[in-house]
Design a binder for this molecule. Structure first.
Ligand SMILES: Nc1ncnc2c1ncn2[C@@H]1O[C@H](COP(=O)(O)OP(=O)(O)OP(=O)(O)O)[C@@H](O)[C@H]1O
Ligand SMILES: [Mg+2]
Length: 395
C-alpha cells in the first residue's frame, strides 16, 4: 500500500509473492494488471484494499450492525504516504475511517484494556511484544498501568516474515527440480504459487515434527515434486535469516532501554511458533517465559474494535489512555516570501516523541506570505522512494 514506482527494491521484493503483473501508472504509482472475462484491467492496491473493506462491511451488515465508520489498522512502520493509501482505500469503499491505528498499538490496547485487575496504579508492568508474521516482524516494548499504556519503543522490519523463509526453500526446491527434469518451475506463476503453498504447509509441519514431506503432484510438465525434509535442514538453510532476526530483536531490546527490566514477553504472530525462533527469543530474553496469551488471529482486530468503541458515542467504554511512539523524526521548514535569508528549519517531533502531542510555534517575522513545509527528517528511515514531504502550506 502506498508504494510508488521509485520504491524499486521493495517492488522487486513484493513481486516474488505477487502473481499479477505489476505496472507503473501515470501518477508513478503501482498497479496490478489482470484479465477479467477476457478484458484487461489495471487495479491499484487501494482499489484491492477497498474491495476487502467492502467485504468486511457486508459481514458487519449481515450481523445487523451499521459499518459506515471504521478503525483500520496499519503496519507500524507505515509512513505518511502509506497511511494515506489506507485512507484512500476506505474512501473508495465508501467507509469513513475514524482512525488509523498502528498494529502494535492495537495489540497493546487488547493486552492492557482487559487486564485491569492484574495491573496496578503505580508500578508499571513492562512487556515486550514480538509479532513475527507472514510478511513482517515488529518488536514493541510497552508499559502498562491500570487504564494506561505507553509505547516505549517499537521497531519493524517490513521484509522479515515467514514468507522470506518460504522463498529460500522455494529457490532451493525449484533449483533441484530444474536440475532433475530440465524445467524450472520458478518463473512460472502457477507453479510458483503451488510450490510456495506446499512449502508453507511443510514448514508448519516442521514446527511440531522433526521431519516432514512435501508433495506437489505434476508440478511442471507432468513431473511430480516429492521430498522428505528435516527440521535441521530447514534451520541450516535459513541460518543467515535467523541471525538477522536475532540481531534485529536484540538491537530493538537494547534501544528500548528495558534491558533486564521486562516483566513479560508476549508472542503474537503465528510464525513465532517455529522452534528456532523460540530458541533465539529465549537467548535474547534469558530466564523469561515466552507467553502467548493473545489470540494471534484476532488481537489486532480486537484492538481496533476497542478503539472504535471508545470513539463512538454509542458505546460506554472505560477510559484507556494511550501514549504512542513517534518512529520517524519530523521537521518543519518555513520562509516568509518578503524576507531575505535562508529557509528556517527545525525539528518538531524527534524519534520517540509520545503522541498524541501538540507543538505550538510562533512566527515573529511577518514579511509577506508564509511558506510552510512539514516533512520527515532526511535521516529518517522512510522506505527509499517514498516522499519525505508530509504537507505544504502557503499562509
Ligand atoms: N504452526 C506454525 N509453525 C510455523 N509457522 C506457522 C505456524 N502457524 C502459522 N504459521 C505461519 O505464520 C504466518 C502467519 O502469521 P500471522 O497470521 O501472524 O501473519 P499475518 O499477520 O497475516 O502477516 P503480517 O506479517 O503481514 O503481519 C504464516 O507464514 C504461517 O505459515
Ligand atoms: Mg500480523
Amino acid at each position: 500500500m502506498g508504494l510508488n514506482w521509485d520504491c524499486v527494491d521493495q517492488i522487486e521484493e513484493e513481486k516474488k509473492f505477487i502473481t499479477y503483473k505489476v505496472v507503473e501508472l501515470e501518477n508513478k504509482k503501482v498497479g496490478f494488471e489482470l484479465v477479467v472475462r477476457g478484458e484487461k484491467m489495471v487495479l491499484t492496491p487501494e482499489q484491492v484494499m477497498a474491495s476487502f473493506l467492502r467485504r468486511a462491511k457486508t459481514y458487519f451488515e449481515n450481523a445487523g450492525m451499521m459499518a459506515k465508520e471504521m478503525v483500520i489498522s496499519v503496519p507500524t512502520y507505515a509512513s505518511n504516504a502509506e497511511r494515506q493509501a489506507y485512507l484512500d482505500a476506505a474512501e473508495i469503499a465508501g467507509i469513513k475511517c475514524v482512525r488509523l491505528l498502528n498494529e502494535s498499538t492495537a495489540i497493546g490496547y487488547n493486552y492492557g484494556f482487559f487486564r485491569k485487575a492484574d495491573l496496578t496504579k503505580d508500578v508499571p508492568r513492562k512487556v515486550a511484544f514480538v509479532d513475527f508474521g507472514h510478511s513482517k516482524l515488529c518488536v514493541t516494548f510497552a508499559q502498562f498501568l491500570q487504564g494506561k499504556m505507553k509505547i516505549i519503543y517499537t521497531y519493524s522490519d517490513r521484509n522479515m516474515g515467514a514468507r522470506q523463509i518460504d522463498y529460500l526453500l522455494f529457490d532451493l526446491f525449484g533449483g533441484e527440480f530444474n536440475k532433475k527434469y530440465g524445467c524450472d518451475p520458478r518463473p512460472n506463476v502457477r507453479c510458483r504459487l503451488r510450490l510456495l503453498d506446499a512449502i508453507e504447509k511443510m514448514r508448519k509441519l516442521l514446527t511440531s515434527n522433526k521431519e516432514a514431506d512435501i508433495n506437489c503432484d505434476s508440478l511442471m510438465e507432468d513431473e511430480d515434486f516429492h521430498k522428505h525434509f528435516k527440521r535441521t535442514d530447514l534451520e541450516e538453510l535459513i541460518t543467515p535469516f535467523l541471525e538477522r532476526f536475532k540481531t534485529v530483536v536484540s538491537e530493538a531490546y537494547e534501544k528500548s532501554g528495558l534491558k533486564d527490566k521486562l516483566d513479560f514477553i508476549e508472542l503474537v504472530g503465528d510464525a513465532t511458533r517455529m522452534p528456532a525462533i523460540q530458541e533465539i527469543l529465549k537467548e535474547i530474553f534469558p530466564g523469561k517465559e515466552l507467553s502467548r496469551t493473545l489470540n494471534s488471529q484476532e488481537t489486532v482486530a480486537r484492538g481496533c474494535a476497542l478503539q472504535a468503541a471508545m470513539l463512538s458515542p454509542n458505546f460506554m467504554v472505560q477510559n484507556f489512555e494511550v501514549q504512542d511512539f513517534q518512529q520517524h523524526p519530523i521537521q518543519i521548514q518555513y520562509k516568509f516570501s518578503n524576507s531575505e535569508g535562508a529557509l528556517t528549519e527545525s525539528d518538531i517531533f524527534t524519534i520517540g516523541t509520545s503522541y498524541p502531542s501538540t507543538k505550538t510555534i510562533t512566527f515573529a517575522n511577518k514579511l509577506g506570505a508564509l511558506d510552510l513545509l512539514i516533512k520527515y527528517h532526511e535521516a529518517s528511515e522512510i522506505l527509499p522512494g517514498l516522499p519525505k514531504q508530509i504537507a505544504q502550506y502557503r499562509i
